[in-house]
Ligand binder design. Structure first.
Ligand code: TYM
Length: 349
């Protein structure tokens, strides 16, 4: 019997930050460790998703390889037989299934996606693009993501909270097509089950250290609010030390009143791999914000030092060898699903 599939992807338009690591990379690495041999793990680079917004095309290819190296440095065991790494663009079935799904996804559904609204607003604000030059790719992004998931029958998709709507859309489209054509897709689990699987009470949304109302991201204007995995550990310590907090003078887990402090508590729990409740109880009511920052800084420093140390030992060649093998296998699986779908919707006899 085939194994349950855990799948996630991280775009290749730049280096990773702590939000990417805690939202998607670390959960997969932990699941792989906890359940070695039990699940199939697909960790891929959605390089076609990378080009929906302006990128450096000259470095895109190498960025994909570099990002795959970070997966390994972060602890992904690519020697594990049930673990696959691949680039989306090397498996053409992703694009073909996306087109089919596009024809069963409603314009209104895509128009409600908050990530599309946020990203297109950001591009127009940055003046990098006018409204009329926002790509159709950005609008269709969630459909390609649904294809990425449904081609492999993935049930668990560890992603940050910002991707929740896309997972829900994937489920809606899969259920709609299953109802119409008979069982054609494995439907990924609903969000609450996804959280349960990764032992979380709440989706991961790491905020900017400078502006905790905003998500930590590469595009946030203030780089001091974003910890990049490539930051020198000392540099990261400084960023944590100057994190925005509040003047209430008492530590409490409260996103509404104390988003800065709460963000630090969240980062600490995830990095230490202990429950949020445990960390909250340990710090509840304490008054010294400096101590909390020191604890977070130490955890961040240890994490970056470990990843960077390992990264210097991963080479392009081992990634390329594994990619070559895995992309052959992924094409087989994906083409099989695509061909079943084509039959069911009348494109093949
Ligand atoms: P991307 O590259 O924008 O983000 C990669 C992953 O990082 C998570 N993330 C965060 N998590 C917590 N806090 C943050 N501040 C933060 N910022 C980013 C994202 O939630 C994501 O998990 N659409 C996906 C890529 C994708 C994909 C897929 C994922 C394409 N196809 C299929 C899963 C399955 C994305 O957002 O990439």
């Amino acid at each position: 019997m085939s194994k349950t599939v855990i799948l996630t992807g991280l775009r290749a338009n730049g280096e990773f930050h702590l939000g990417n690591y805690l939202g998607a990379i670390l959960p997969v690495v932990q699941l792989q460790k906890q359940h070695a041999g039990e699940y199939q793990v697909n960790m891929f680079v959605p390089d076609l998703h990378s080009i929906v917004t302006p990128v450096e095309h000259g470095t895109l290819y190498q960025q994909s390889i570099d990002n795959l190296k970070v997966f390994v440095a972060a602890g992904l065991d690519i020697a594990n037989q049930d673990t696959y790494i691949y680039r989306q663009s090397r498996v053409p079935a992703h694009s073909e299934l996306a087109w089919i799904l596009d024809c069963f996804t409603y314009f209104g559904e895509l128009n409600r996606m908050t990530q599309f609204k946020d990203k297109s607003a950001q591009l127009t604000d940055d003046k990098t693009q006018s409204e009329s030059s926002i790509s159709a790719g950005l609008f269709n992004y969630p459909v390609l993501m649904a294809a990425d998931i449904l081609l492999y029958g993935a049930e668990y998709i560890p992603v940050g909270e910002d991707q929740r709507q896309h997972i829900e859309l994937t489920r809606d489209v899969a259920i709609r097509m299953n109802n119409r054509f008979g069982d054609m897709f494995v439907v990924p689990h609903e969000w609450s089950k996804q959280l349960e699987f990764t032992k979380l009470d709440k989706g991961v949304r790491i905020r900017s250290l400078r502006n905790p109302e905003k998500k930590m991201s590469k595009s946030v204007e203030d780089p001091a609010g974003t910890i990049m995995l490539s930051d020198l550990p000392e540099e990261a310590v400084k960023k944590v030390s100057s994190a925005t907090t509040d003047s209430l003078g008492s530590i409490n887990y409260d996103w509404g009143k104390q988003p800065g402090v709460t963000n630090l508590l969240q980062i600490l729990a995830l990095l230490r791999d202990v429950s949020q409740n445990e960390v909250n109880e340990q710090w509840k009511g304490k008054t010294n914000y400096g101590e909390l920052k020191d604890a977070v800084a130490e955890a961040v420093k240890a994490c970056l030092s470990e990843i960077q140390g390992k990264l210097s030992k991963v080479n392009d060649q081992e990634i390329l060898v594994k990619l070559e093998e895995d992309e052959v296998k992924m094409n087989q699986i994906a083409n099989q699903t695509l061909s079943d779908v084509q039959k069911k919707i009348g494109l093949r006899p």
